[in-house]
Design a binder for this molecule. Structure first.
Ligand code: GDP
Ligand code: MG
Length: 442
């Protein structure tokens, strides 16, 4: 990955009016360049009052300098704290760019921190998740990953490193080892470590959904026949007016997403077109196909029926997590004969009045996966799966004669896959896509 060390700048706070804004400048030699525009000298690590002479005006501000490598980026960095005002911030940044300083790209400060070895790619991703967080669960999870609280991947990496060195040592210096028995014991130990590593990784991979759901939200598709109250339910769950509700069957065509937070967890609700096999309407037919696809892609499917119309569930809808009986508006509806088979295990709600919506939210909360590890996005998942596949292939070599070269190659692949989690030897495009997630100024 190319390392550039020109001086970059960006506004690190939102563009608009605020008490204070932050302008960040990074790149070795930036101190001298900024001091040209300041009334007073910058002192390393000291936040001090200063005056910036921009083209056309002066601004009283606070400023701090961090000498490399003790800065966020690992380079010399200056931070200016002017008043939060677009004319002031634009004016200061223009003065800097007129002086040859380049405007930073999205996430470029963090990318420099990564390239300078201050943080690895997993930490960068945790940081992006912290900045994007909408719930306390996402914050706690992001910080836990940033602080390296999940040790399973680290332990696996260390084990694979050891196993790989052992195999390579036997391959290169095997003749110098005393006797075949020692050789066999060593190789057996290597295979034992591979077994342990594969088992640990398998657990991490199966906990991936839990991590991904914390960040992306638990996706619930609302499915059912037309007019059962699916759109009303989306609005009730999200406490919004997101979807159009009418008495006219076939109102919803596209899928409509809404979000809510319950018990600190993010949920994404997807309202869909009503399933109506008798329609000749082309648009409605497309809507129904989309509904089925949404049900397939969701983490949970709610199938909605009504008190009056307890229709059967169409066979092509798999994986229904719960059947909801809507339009139970009357006080007495709560007392509907629960023992009747058609109501058993089903939740009776009124999307219109809000009855039992909290109970439904609790039911959905209970459906969320409870386990999670460090893996939480597709890049990380792909690295872990690649490592696991090489380990599985290596495991199959146990007991085979002349297998050591193959095991060494597979262990090398497994080790490379797990270290690419940190960004080592990772594809430039993959790395760039991580930093594109950040805002300018981070
Ligand atoms: N009485 C009653 N009517 C409801 C309830 N939920 C929805 N409706 C009505 O049922 C009709 C269809 O609702 P809508 O949400 O558009 O159904 P969808 O086609 O499944 O999306 C509208 O007139 C709603 O006001 C409910 O809990 N009780
Ligand atoms: Mg609808």
């Amino acid at each position: 990955m190319n390392k550039s060390n020109d001086i970059i700048t960006a506004l690190a706070s939102p563009y608009g009016k605020s008490a204070v804004a932050v302008i960040r400048i990074s790149g070795d030699g930036c101190k001298k360049k900024i001091e040209k525009h300041l009334e007073r000298e910058l002192k390393n690590g000291e936040l001090r009052y200063n005056t910036f002479k921009a083209s056309g005006f002066t601004e009283h501000l606070m400023a701090v300098f961090f000498k490399n490598p003790h800065s966020y980026t690992g380079e010399d960095t200056v931070e200016l704290y002017p008043h939060g005002n677009t004319a002031i911030c634009d004016g200061i940044i223009k003065t800097l760019t007129d002086d040859g300083i380049r405007l930073a790209e999205r996430g470029e400060f963090t990318k420099r921190a990564f390239l300078n070895g201050k943080i690895d790619l997993m930490k960068c991703e945790a940081l992006a998740d912290i900045i994007d967080a909408q719930t306390t669960e996402q914050l706690v999870y992001g910080n836990a990953r940033f602080d390296g609280q999940f040790k399973a991947l680290e332990t696996t990496e260390a084990e694979l490193n050891k196993a790989l060195s052992t195999v390579e040592a036997v391959l290169h210096y095997g003749d110098e080892l005393e006797g075949e028995d020692i050789d066999n014991t060593i190789i057996n130990d290597v295979f034992d470590s591979i077994d342990v590593a594969a088992e640990r990784l398998e657990k991490e991979i199966s906990a991936f959904d839990g991590g991904k759901i914390i960040n992306d939200g638990f996706k619930i598709a609302i499915i059912g026949e037309p007019n059962v109250g699916k759109s009303t339910l989306l609005n009730a769950l999200t406490e919004s007016d997101r979807a159009i509700v009418t008495e006219i069957a076939g109102t919803t065509r596209d899928t409509i997403d809404g979000e809510y937070v319950y018990n600190g967890k993010k949920f994404v609700v997807i309202d869909t077109a009503g399933l109506n096999e008798n329609t000749d309407d082309e648009v409605e037919k497309i809507g129904i196909e989309r509904a089925k696809a949404a049900a397939k892609a969701a983490d949970a499917v709610l199938y909605v029926v009504t008190k009056e119309n307890k229709s059967s569930i169409p066979p092509e809808i798999d994986g229904i997590s719960a059947v909801i009986i809507n339009k139970c508006d009357d006080i007495n509806d709560v007392g509907i004969d629960h023992k009747a088979a058609e109501y058993e295990g089903k939740l009776m709600i009124s999307a219109k009045s809000g009855k039992n919506i909290t109970a439904l939210k609790q039911k959905l909360y209970d459906l969320c996966p409870k386990e999670h590890g460090a893996l939480c996005n597709h890049r990380q998942f792909a690295c872990a799966v690649k490592c696991y596949e090489s380990l599985t292939a290596a495991k199959n070599e146990r007991g085979k004669a002349e297998c050591l070269e193959i095991v060494a190659a597979l262990l090398y692949d497994a080790y490379s896959a797990i270290t690419s989690l940190h960004g080592e030897n990772a594809d430039e495009k993959v790395i760039s896509s991580v930093f594109q997630r950040f805002c300018v100024g981070k």
